[in-house]
Design a protein around this ligand. Structure first.
Ligand SMILES: *[C@@H]1O[C@H](CO)[C@@H](O)[C@H](O)[C@H]1NC(C)=O
Ligand SMILES: *[C@@H]1O[C@H](CO)[C@@H](O)[C@H](O)[C@H]1NC(C)=O
Length: 466
């Protein structure tokens, strides 16, 4: 027993702190770029916030992909309900099909939203470009989207990754760089914290509208997979009793949660190409017996890796970070879900929240049970890689304070703004790259080849030892 004590990881950790310059304990690379100042929000009269011309013209168009060859198109008409109809046709056809949607509204303190339309289009062809139109008379606006290839084990597909975007000049640079990236992301996995309107006096919800207009130039043409962050909570007790969490977010952005047997839009799953995406809510209950816990427990065994080899989890708050900003905030979710991530061989967990970039090694901390002292994450080839991309460029600026020395679980970290690309090449390989805003958009500041955890694992299971 005494011998074991010597190798207690906690003791090693302590040793680390003492020998702070120790090579042994240092993790990977810490990028040394330091942004001097961060930019304020773009002013209300910016080009990106322009209201489209014409009375009641549809604005803030955004797409969300649905299960089973469908999309959800959302838009807002400011003055009156207008039309709920979307006309759509495939590129090679002249026949216009119709889909009918619904509209909702909400009030927040003294703000009343416009008419928020959501229209589901079903039974589209795979891998096809569709044109679509919304609006009436001279306010008709036309966009297009492309449907994904049929789900299958070897289907290549490229995801973009953006988190914590906000609406500053830096946010605009991040979006522009994502759009210019030659890797051409086809769907954005958005990691939470959208508009930051809650940072304005009285949670000024007109900033949700400006954000929706800013995003339209991208979101009208490709789906954004939404993850809820803390800035979506919009919960205010003292002043004006807005106590329904996620009210603006859930009225504005619709996700097909029911088709994945979820009872809440805050957690759900969706298939795309060869990927199975699971979205979790860091700000909804997830302890044992809660709806989210039960849903995930039942969902993970359903993932069939022979049709969707890539298993990707999205959540706002990272469960591994070595940044002092939000340090340990994800610990409770780690305790509840991490062993499942290892058991089901999740390939990668993407998060936002921390306004910096960080990539972990494959590590787990599932052996720790409070009494055994095994409190340091260990190398575990069955465990996911954890990637934090909370660096979209919002007005809080980058999170620069990092835990020193860099913990051994951290492979690369840097407090720069940027976006990521997750490029699935085959059943067994995917290439991840991180592109920071201070470089050219094609420059990769960090990259990593993923070997599929199920089909091409690099090592034997660590969990098998327990
Ligand atoms: C935002 O970026 C777009 C595309 O690069 C550019 O056309 C536009 O002028 C920018 N707007 C602001 C306010 O920076
Ligand atoms: C809402 O109330 C705030 C504070 O009284 C005020 O500044 C703002 O103009 C009001 N907005 C609307 C739409 O009435």
């Amino acid at each position: 027993m005494a011998l074991l004590k010597v190798f207690d990881p906690c003791a090693i950790c302590l040793l680390c702190l003492v020998l702070s310059a120790s090579e042994l304990c240092n993790g990977g690379i810490t990028g040394n770029f330091l942004r001097k100042e961060y930019s304020p929000d773009m002013p209300l009269d910016s080009d990106v916030f322009q209201v489209p011309p014409g009375y009641n013209a549809p604005q803030q168009i955004a797409g969300f992909l649905n299960h089973d060859r469908g999309v959800i198109i959302s838009w807002i008409t400011p003055d009156e309900p207008g039309s709920d109809t979307v006309l759509y046709w495939s590129e090679n056809s002249k026949h216009k099909n119709r889909a009918e949607g619904i509209f909702v509204r909400y009030k927040f303190f003294n703000y009343t939203s416009g008419y928020i339309h959501h229209c589901t289009i079903k039974n589209l062809e795979y891998n096809t470009k569709y044109m679509y139109e919304i609006g009436i008379g001279y306010t008709i606006r036309r966009f297009w989207f492309k449907t994904p290839p049929r789900t299958g084990p070897a289907v290549p597909y490229t995801f973009g990754l953006i988190g914590d975007l906000g609406q500053t000049h830096d946010s605009n640079v991040t979006l522009t760089y994502y759009e210019s990236n030659p890797e051409k992301g086809k769907t954005v996995l958005f990691l939470g914290d959208l508009s930051y309107s809650n940072d304005y006096p009285f949670h000024d919800n007109t900033r949700w509208d400006t954000w929706g207009r800013f995003l339209e130039r991208n979101a009208a043409y490709q789906p954004w997979i939404w993850t809820a962050g803390n800035h979506e909570l919009d919960f205010v007790l003292n002043l004006y009793e807005e106590t329904t969490p996620f009210k603006p977010y859930m009225h504005r952005y619709y996700v097909p949660y029911a088709s994945s047997h979820s009872t809440s839009p805050l957690w759900y799953s969706i298939k795309r190409g060869s990927a199975y995406l699971i979205v979790l809510s860091s700000y909804s209950a997830y302890g044992k017996s809660t709806p989210q816990y039960k849903w995930l427990r039942d969902e993970l065994p359903k993932v069939d890796r022979s049709t969707t080899p890539w298993l990707i989890v999205l959540m706002h708050c990272p469960i591994y970070t070595s940044n002092w900003h939000h340090f340990m905030e994800g610990e409770t979710m780690r305790v509840v879900f991490e062993s499942w991530f290892v058991k089901y061989k999740v390939d990668v967990v993407f998060s936002g929240h921390v306004h910096a970039y960080e990539r972990s090694k494959r590590i787990s901390n599932i052996a720790y049970n409070i009494m055994n002292g095994m409190c340091t994450p260990v190398d575990d080839q069955s465990a996911p890689v954890y990637i934090t991309i909370g660096d979209g460029g919002n007005h809080d600026g980058p999170a620069i304070g990092m835990v020193e020395p860099q913990p051994s679980f951290s492979a690369y970290r840097e407090a720069s703004f940027g976006h990521g690309i997750f490029d699935i090449k085959s059943r067994t390989h995917a290439y991840f790259s991180w592109h920071r805003n201070q470089d050219g958009y094609a420059v990769e500041a960090d990259s990593f080849w993923f070997h599929n955890s199920y089909w091409n694992p690099l090592g034997k299971s660590f969990v098998a030892q327990y």
